[in-house]
Design a binder for this molecule. Structure first.
Ligand code: NDP
Ligand code: MG
Length: 353
């Protein structure tokens, strides 16, 4: 029986990981939460982990890092939201075990450090983010794991006949809207995603399209690809989770009904596939799959992320930091929806001076 540690068990990814663990019969030996005491108590009663800590309590941050590093679990699931997950992710990279990585911000703000630490300790990083899980599944027979040492410094497009990665994006709740229509958007409206039920921060990131920008930088690090070989396409149905184009023009895609429990499960069972909780696709009912170009006027965050990705790690770190601040300000009613990209642009511009 495999054992799991879940960092951030009370969140959207954390609770779905618990569902998957129960269905696979994996044992959760350690889990952490931050502020949701009520749900955490219920989870502790149900899953009976050996260790469970609230990271918001005094000394909680140190305990969180200790659990990430020393729980002894076969797999550490990183499901904390934002940069708060950086130190525990780096600690998990030192275990030599497997990380099922959902928490993308550590890769955005310190991708090289995370990947290098994982390589040094022989820690496997398997992506949970649906797009990156899709790409991982499309290249599985090409490279087992980009965090392994033999792949250090090698780009995925070198020697693997891969010409580009294609990240799909749902377009979020405001796809097709103009800037004018988004002037008075409230946090409640921005939190309503059409296809996925997620934590607050990533829901706002999806509404601004910054989520796709962060995923671009995440993909660069996970798969050692330059930003100009990663394309973003809007695919509102969220059935194709991402694609890989090979040099001969063939495109391999991964499809499923939108359900995070599938990429979570794959990161736990890889290289095996097991029966999952996800409903199969009914193609006849779907009828068609559609695609559009992203709209850079209404959603400038994606371009800001491309620019940061090309400029390098320092700009990526500032981009991520500024985005977390801007999302927080928006959720607290301090800035409007359209001010989010402006705030990030101002901060990243300053970093160039
Ligand atoms: P949630 O906000 O739903 O959950 C966050 C988790 O982290 C909760 O358990 C929370 O605890 C804990 N947490 C919050 N702040 C801190 C802190 N300062 N220190 C330690 N723990 C903290 O987020 P999601 O589950 O939606 O997302 C988690 C990560 O996965 C993000 O990086 C996101 O981008 C990524 N991801 C999420 C997807 C999704 O579908 N949700 C899809 C792909 C990627 P508590 O609730 O107890 O306060
Ligand atoms: Mg995603």
């Amino acid at each position: 029986m495999k054992t799991l540690t879940i960092l951030g068990s009370t969140g959207s990814i954390g609770t779905q990981t618990l569902e998957v663990a129960a269905s696979l019969g994996y044992k959760v030996i350690a889990m952490t939460a931050h502020s949701n005491l009520e749900l955490f108590e219920q989870q502790k009663n149900k899953f009976k982990p050996e260790t469970a800590i609230l990271s918001s309590e005094p000394g909680g941050e140190d305990k969180l890092i200790d659990i990430a590093k020393n729980s002894g679990a076969d797999i550490i699931v990183t499901a904390i939201s934002g940069m708060a997950g950086l130190a525990p992710t780096l600690a998990a990279c030192e275990t030599g075990k497997r990380i099922a990585l959902a928490n993308k911000e550590p890769l955005v703000c310190a991708g090289e450090q995370v990947m290098q630490t994982a390589r040094r300790y022989g820690t496997e990083i398997i992506p949970v983010d649906s797009e990156h899980s899709a790409i991982f599944q499309c290249i599985e027979n090409k490279t087992k794991n980009m965090s392994r040492s033999s792949d250090e410094g090698k780009c995925l497009n070198e020697g693997h006949q891969i010409s580009k990665l294609i990240l799909t994006a749902s377009g979020g709740p405001f796809r097709g809207k103009t800037r004018k229509e988004l002037e008075n958007i409230t946090p409640k409206e921005a939190l309503r995603h059409p296809n996925w039920n997620m934590g607050e921060k990533i829901s706002i990131d999806s509404a601004t399209m910054m989520n796709k920008g962060l995923e671009l930088i995440e993909a660069m690090h996970l798969f050692s690809m330059p930003p100009d070989k990663i394309e973003v396409i809007i695919h509102p149905e969220s059935i194709i989770h991402s694609m890989v184009e090979y040099t001969d023009g063939s495109v391999i895609a991964q499809l499923s009904t939108p359900d995070m429990r599938l990429p979570i499960q794959y990161a736990l069972t890889y290289p095996e596939r097991k029966t999952s909780l996800t409903k199969p696709i009914n193609f006849a009912k779907l009828g068609k799959l559609t695609f559009e170009k992203p709209d850079p006027d209404t959603f400038p965050c994606l371009e800001l992320a491309y620019r940061a990705a090309k400029q390098g790690p320092k700009t990526c770190r500032i981009l991520n930091e500024a985005n977390e601040e801007a999302v927080e300000l928006f959720l607290n009613g301090k800035i409007g929806f359209l001010e989010i990209p402006q705030y990030i642009e101002d901060r990243t511009n300053k970093c160039l001076l």
